[in-house]
Structures are given as structure tokens and as C-alpha cells.
Design a protein around this ligand. Structure first.
Ligand SMILES: [Zn+2]
Length: 322
């Protein structure tokens, strides 16, 4: 079994995780490194290699058959190049080539949200289903699609941008330049903006006392705390966001007819059941009845392990992407 291990690597803006994943999609060794983008691309690359070696050490140095790297887009999958990662300092970086030469195994590159959805499909909350939509809510909103058991990446490789599904054509401006994308209405960033305004006007005493009106301080844990203390204004803001996510889910259900929609991400780890209930209610209100009967809505179950497990499995199965 040992020779069936694969490396799954999650590159983030602040930290990176390398995991050795066995043939049953279990993590048998892992290591972390800080990203340290300010030190430049070569330093980041050296830490990638160090994290992989560290994870192999912890797993007692199994032979590996492939490496999967998950990074925020845009990526050139065919040539294995990270095109641009604003907060990681990597531009046009040929990471697949470099790692292939370093470790002597094939290297696969995938978008991190796609990898996370695929991980939940292979080993988490969507295990056992073949048609899956994943929606991950954090500072932005990311999405991924599994159709008939394969990750759907579309003609350009960039399909699954559920966060930029337009919900209100005259809504808030999104980072992508459009108005009223679900990301602009319901990401943690969007929620924090509204909650900061509540704190500023004195309408949320809890948030004002905890973190003031600084957007950066209004993290998922603060929102969860305010709701737990019975802050109805904050709860209202979060419910409104869930309502918008539910509309995006309804659109996904109408278009794709998935068996399961997985909701995950940092915000959902803190207030999952409450958010899911409201989002599912909104989805059922907005989708066609003919598609709804078959759709389950569940919370992601793998947390930070979803991305390394997912990208490791993609590296193991070259035909996993459609
Ligand atoms: Zn957008």
C-alpha cells in the first residue's frame, strides 16, 4: 500500500500544508510552512519543497506516485504554471516542472476550491454521490462542480465560478467588476461591511464592544459570538446573506440537478447549521419543484483537509477531470 501514496499540497496566502495521502484518501503525514511571499518566489518554492519533505518524513518516507498542487487561480494546467497569485508572490511560476524534477513523479495543478469540492466528494460530506455542487464561503465565495463523478472544469478550465453568479443586476459592486454577484452580497467580506455599519451606528453593541467598527476584526468567530448572544441585527445580516446564497443554490439546482450541495468555508465552520437552514429554505423557495426533490444540502466535513485530500486524489486519477 505504501507505494500508493500521493502528495496533496495546499498553497495559501499565509500558510501552506503538505499532506501524504494514502490509497483510502487518509492523511498519513503532514507538514506546514508559512508562505512568506515577501521573501520572493524562490524562497516560497524552497518552503514548498521543505513542507513536502517534512510530510514524507512524518509518514515514514513512503514511495509516492504523484504530487497534486492546489493554488488559487489563474492556473495554466496543461503547462503546470501558476500564472498569477497576488498574495503569494508567484508569477508565471513553472511549479509542476520544478517539482517533477525535484521528486521524479508526475505533478498535477488544480484550483484550490475545485480541489476542496473534490475532496468532499471523495472522502467527506458528498461521498457516495456522483453529482455535486460545492459552495465555499469565506473572504470570497468559491465553487466547484462534480458531474457524473468527474470534476467539471469546462473548456477553459475555469468553470465553477459560482461566486460570480449574478443575483442582483443593480446590486453591490463585485471585485470582478460586475454588480450583484453572490460574492459581493454574501461573502464574509460583504457581511462584515454591513455588520461594521451596524456597530458604527450603535445598532450592534456586542460587535462594537468586541472589535469596534474595523472590518478586519469582524471575523467569523465574532459573527458567531454576536448571534449566540442573541444580537438580532447581526443575525438579520447573516440571514440575508444566506438568503442570497440560497438563490445561487437554486440556480445551480435548476441548471445542474445535483444530488447534493455542500456548503463549507470559514464562515460555515462557525455558524454552519443556522446558515444552512436559511440558505436551504431560500433555495427551496426559488428553485423549480421538479429538480428539488433530489437535492440534499449538507455541511462540508473535512475542514482544512478537503483541499490536500482532493488535489492528491486528482493527482492519483489523471482522468478525474472533465
Ligand atoms: Zn463577481
Amino acid at each position: 500500500m505504501a507505494e500508493q501514496c500521493v502528495i496533496g499540497f495546499d498553497m495559501g496566502g499565509t500558510k501552506m500544508i503538505a499532506a501524504v495521502v494514502d490509497a483510502s484518501s487518509r492523511i498519513v503525514g503532514r507538514a506546514r510552512e508559512r508562505t512568506g511571499a515577501e521573501d520572493g518566489a524562490e524562497a516560497v518554492y524552497e518552503r514548498v519543497v521543505a513542507a513536502i519533505r517534512g510530510a514524507l518524513e512524518k509518514a515514514r518516507k513512503p514511495k509516492i506516485k504523484a504530487i497534486g498542487i492546489a493554488a488559487p487561480g489563474p492556473l495554466d494546467r496543461r503547462r503546470g504554471i501558476i500564472v498569477e497569485t497576488p498574495n503569494m508572490g508567484l508569477r508565471k511560476f513553472p511549479i509542476a516542472d520544478r517539482l517533477r524534477r525535484e521528486f521524479g513523479v508526475p505533478v498535477v495543478l488544480e484550483n484550490d476550491v475545485n480541489a476542496g469540492v473534490y475532496g468532499e466528494y471523495k472522502a467527506g460530506a458528498a461521498r457516495g454521490y456522483s453529482n455535486v455542487v460545492g459552495i465555499f464561503i469565506g473572504t470570497g465565495i468559491g465553487g466547484g462542480i462534480v458531474l457524473d463523478g468527474r470534476l467539471y472544469i469546462g473548456a477553459t478550465g475555469n468553470a465553477g465560478e459560482i461566486g460570480h453568479m449574478i443575483i442582483q443586476t443593480d446590486g453591490a459592486l463585485c471585485g470582478c467588476g460586475q454588480h450583484g454577484c453572490v460574492e459581493a452580497l454574501a461573502s464574509r467580506t460583504a457581511i462584515a461591511k454591513d455588520v461594521a455599519a451596524l456597530a458604527g451606528s450603535g445598532a450592534s453593541q456586542f460587535v462594537r464592544e468586541e472589535v469596534g467598527t474595523d472590518l478586519k476584526g469582524i471575523r467569523s468567530g465574532v459573527l458567531a459570538g454576536a448571534i449566540a448572544k442573541g444580537d438580532r441585527r447581526v443575525r438579520g445580516v447573516v440571514e440575508r446573506a444566506a438568503h442570497f446564497v440560497g438563490i445561487a443554490m437554486a440556480n445551480c439546482a435548476n441548471l445542474l440537478g445535483p444530488e447534493v450541495i455542500v456548503l463549507g468555508g470559514g464562515l460555515l465552520e462557525k455558524i454552519g447549521p443556522m446558515f444552512l437552514k436559511e440558505a436551504e429554505r431560500s433555495m427551496r423557495e426559488h428553485a423549480m419543484e421538479s429538480v428539488l426533490a433530489g437535492v440534499k444540502v449538507v455541511l462540508a466535513s473535512l475542514g482544512d483537509d478537503a483541499v490536500p485530500i482532493g488535489v492528491a486524489t486528482l493527482a492519483r486519477e489523471p482522468r478525474a477531470r472533465a
